[in-house]
Design a protein around this ligand. Structure first.
Ligand code: SF4
Length: 469
């Protein structure tokens, strides 16, 4: 009996890429492929790349070279953002690369190994880009949670950003298509949906009319089995009062929002091509905290932009100190070809950029610690993502990574499980370590945090859990 063709698929970059990889692998499995964990076992090696920033492109190129060198007789395919619609000369630069595929072209993967392979049924041609989503794998994430891509591309024109060039203008998925995927996911045990797009606030605008994010959340909340709906990547100025009321009017939408502000200085925001100022941001965040008083907010900022002077950085730092995000990511500016900001050069040197980033991170460390400390003693429901059989391993993982006293000093138990409350998203934020036996991934638990660091909480079991919602 001949063995099934074997595929090794590796993903670099963001959660949007991860979802594409899960869809690609789902299609390949349906076409008879067996997924393997090491490239040397595979006949088809696929690398789904990232091309967002210079550092990501460097990482992509290094991994392409490594895999090309060691691929042996396998067919090696590079796909994703690095390839820029299939036009990148990587095949010329790295002879071991057999094929390149742009974003969303993964349905042809099987035929690259075997030209006689039948293409899978794609259904509605408009849906071809989402053809693998119905059969996607849930590898690489806990089985009770799934990212769901609600749109592809971006129609904003942020001057620093290459995404619209790499992924095109926004194309929203019809609500029916997303609900269909979510129903299939819930039937497989998924209880938390994480809605992603480059700009979730703008979901549906390209289909005509206003944002349909609220309508989408209402439709998803109808599904049995789905307990948490989480929204990432909300563009601040487009997350209007109406949208807030609609989205948070849905009980299953968790008290959490990822709202990347990028900056707070009006001058820098204008140069970035982001149409809001400090006051507009302040009002937006105040209103979010009025609509959902227990909301936990995540944001992202970018420092070292060409127009950013010391006074702009101070405006940003003052704003961060004022609004006190629960979670914050920071990036340093990377000058990208084909973007509008490219014309302004890169006047802030790397050391200065990193110094500015360190000032943001120092401030945020104290804010995050204070925000997490405010949760101590407050009973909360969490979902368990991971269970450690070896408490020593868990204990090692849960050690505070940077400065500060060991936050577990007031706690005597050994952590054996790691989970999240509504206020923590998968992987990008911290989470909650729990002591206690008998927990499994996907379980709900009611816990009381007794210690914290800037990212994680340490908790003890409380009374019986009521479940996720
Ligand atoms: S909204 Fe986000 S993805 Fe779109 S152009 Fe701006 S930074 Fe890029």
């Amino acid at each position: 009996m001949s063995r099934a063709p074997r595929v090794y698929l590796e993903t670099l970059g963001c959660d949007k890429n991860l979802v594409d990889s899960q869809a690609a692998l789902g299609l390949l499995r349906r076409q008879g492929f067996e997924a393997v964990q090491t490239p040397s076992d595979a006949q088809l090696i696929v690398l789904n790349t990232c091309g967002f920033l210079e550092a990501a492109r460097r990482e992509s190129m290094e991994r392409i070279e490594e895999l090309a060198e060691t691929k042996g007789d396998a067919t090696f395919v590079v796909m994703g953002c690095f390839i820029q619609g299939g036009t990148h000369p990587v095949q010329r630069l790295v002879p071991g690369v057999d094929h390149v595929l742009g974003v969303g072209q993964y349905e042809t993967l099987a035929s690259l190994l075997d030209p006689s392979a039948e293409a899978p049924p794609l259904g509605d041609p408009d849906e071809a880009v989402y053809s693998g989503y119905a059969v996607r794998t849930l590898d690489d994430t806990p089985s009770h949670v799934a990212h769901v891509k609600i749109a592809e591309g971006c129609s904003q024109t942020c001057s620093f950003c290459k995404i619209p060039i790499l992924r095109g203008r926004q194309r929203s998925r019809p609500i029916a298509s997303i609900v269909d995927e979510a129903r299939r996911l819930s039937e497989r045990g998924v209880r938390e949906l994480i809605l992603i797009a480059q700009n979730t606030s703008a979901y549906g605008i390209d289909l005509g009319g206003d944002s349909r994010l609220g309508a989408l959340c209402r439709a998803l909340a109808e599904l049995d089995g789905i307990e948490w709906i989480r929204v990432l990547y909300a563009y601040p100025s487009m997350f209007s009062d109406r949208l807030m009321d609609e989205v948070y009017g849905v009980d299953k939408v968790v008290s959490y929002l990822d709202i990347p502000i990028q900056h707070a200085s009006p001058r820098v925001l204008e140069a970035m091509g982001r149409p809001y100022d400090t006051d507009a941001l302040r009002r937006r965040i105040e209103r979010l905290r009025t609509v959902r008083p227990d909301i936990m907010l995540r944001s992202t900022v970018l420092v070292g932009f060409p127009q950013e002077e010391e006074e702009d950085l101070e405006i940003l730092l003052d704003f961060l100190a004022e609004v006190r995000f629960d979670h914050l990511g920071s990036f340093v500016y990377s000058r990208e070809e084909q973007t509008a900001a490219h014309a302004w050069g890169d006047p802030v040197d790397q050391a200065e950029k990193e110094d500015r980033q360190a000032r943001v991170e120092d401030l945020q460390w104290d804010i995050a610690l204070e925000r997490k400390a405010s949760l101590l003693g407050r009973t909360m429901d969490i979902v368990i993502d991971e269970v450690f059989d070896d408490p020593e391993e868990a204990e090692l993982d849960s050690l505070p990574l940077e400065r500060g006293d060991d936050p577990r000093s007031g706690w005597t138990g050994k952590p054996v499980a790691f989970g999240r409350s509504e206020g923590f998203s998968l992987e990008i934020d911290g989470g909650i370590w729990v002591e206690g036996e008998g927990l499994a991934p996907g379980d709900s638990a009611r816990v009381t945090p007794v210690a914290c660091g800037a990212y994680d909480l340490w908790a003890v079991p409380a009374a019986q859990s009521k479940g996720m919602k």
